[in-house]
Ligand binder design. Structure first.
Ligand code: SF4
Length: 355
């Protein structure tokens, strides 16, 4: 069975999710790639209400309105990372107070995954602060994946660079998604990290794809990048063949001790614009409102949902930075009339094609 996500066909055909047809609007050219950076920049520069309208229109053509995926992220191996991503408190060379820990045991991870499931999460993501896992790490993580999958959760892992045989081993263990972010535009990448190259990221993404694992790939804004770099990031993501099934968009959480701790924060409306453009250019992707939600406030989060975000990180701690607690999230979704969807893997998954 394909591990990709799409709305159930019955919902897609419901009249209530296709209001645009009432206006006899031509199919949006917006959903066609390849995307030039200029075309994406032009979208980012639109009047905000026009952009939000377009994004919500595209959203309702492809997804049931009000459906929000709840994904829980657990750091299964924290800190001590040899990479130097300028935003990350887990890099060994930055003094952030994060202690290096060993890989968690299976029973601990299962407890956390069960708690996430009980709280309504449908996807469980396990993160390990490695540059690239060794084969024996892959064996241990495979055991975690098997145990989490056994609970009926979708599994996702983020472990650093992968070789093809490692991606295949994770697939065989039952991995549904692999997260590996492109972070920013290629032109800005060396300002953020110097221990690896953009092409390394693309190579790992290719290995993940070839193994038949769905791709979770996004980036971070608010790292001091220029608007054109935001457009460049979205162009990279949208032009992947096919584009990722999940696209996490992060707003930098400025952690003291990291090189990017003093970056100018992104204007909240510019963040909303990035979400909207991700939705327009990758209509069938789960666009995830990821790090930085805590700083955003409820009104900006609501605008992000309007812009087409339909997934959030939910519960526990977001790797090592804070995340709004579960009660606050449940209340926010209720206030906005959104549904954190609680379907099981089998109910939620349908093959979809990036035709
Ligand atoms: S983002 Fe990942 S690879 Fe980069 S320093 Fe942090 S844990 Fe390491």
């Amino acid at each position: 069975m394909s591990a990709t996500l799409a709305p159930p066909p019955a919902v897609q055909s419901a009249p209530s999710v296709q209001p645009v047809q009432l206006h006899r609007r031509a199919p949006s050219p917006a959903t066609q790639g390849p995307w030039s950076v200029e075309a994406i920049q032009a979208l980012l520069d639109k009047p905000l209400m026009d952009l939000l309208f377009e994004a919500q229109t595209v959203h309702r053509q492809h997804w049931p309105a009000g459906d929000i995926e709840l994904a829980t992220l657990l750091s299964v191996k924290t800190g001590g990372c040899p990479e130097n991503c300028g935003y990350c408190p887990q890099a060994a060379e930055f003094d952030t107070g994060v202690k290096a820990e060993k890989l968690m045991e299976v029973d601990e991870v299962v407890r956390a995954a069960q708690a996430a499931k009980d709280a309504g999460a449908t996807r469980f993501c396990m993160g390990a602060a490695w540059r690239a896992p060794k084969d024996r790490d892959i064996e241990k993580v495979s055991a975690l994946i098997g145990a989490v999958k056994g609970l009926g959760l979708q599994t996702c892992a983020t472990l650093g660079m992968l070789e093809s045989h490692q991606a295949q081993a994770l697939k065989d263990a039952g991995l549904d998604y692999y997260n590996h972010n492109l972070d920013t535009a290629p032109e800005y990448y060396t300002d953020v990290v110097s221990t690896r190259a953009y092409q390394d990221r693309l190579d790992t993404l290719q290995n993940v794809r070839s193994a038949g694992i769905s791709v979770c790939c996004g980036g971070i804004v608010g790292m001091g990048e220029a608007p054109v770099h935001r457009a460049g990031l979205i162009a990279q993501l949208a032009n992947l063949q096919p584009y990722p099934e999940s696209v996490p968009i992060n707003s930098l959480v400025r952690v003291p001790g990291t090189p990017l701790a003093d970056s100018d924060p992104i204007d909240p409306f510019d963040f909303v614009r990035v979400i909207a453009v991700a939705r327009i250019t990758m209509p069938k992707a789960r666009v995830r409102l990821s790090a930085g939600r805590q700083q955003m406030g409820e009104a900006v989060q609501a605008l992000c949902f309007m812009a087409g975000a339909n997934s959030i990180f939910y519960g526990d701690k977001l790797l090592v930075t804070g995340n709004p607690d579960v009660d606050a999230d449940v209340q926010l979704l209720a206030k906005l009339g959104l549904n954190g969807h609680r379907t099981t893997t089998t109910e939620a998954e349908h093959a979809h094609h990036h035709a």
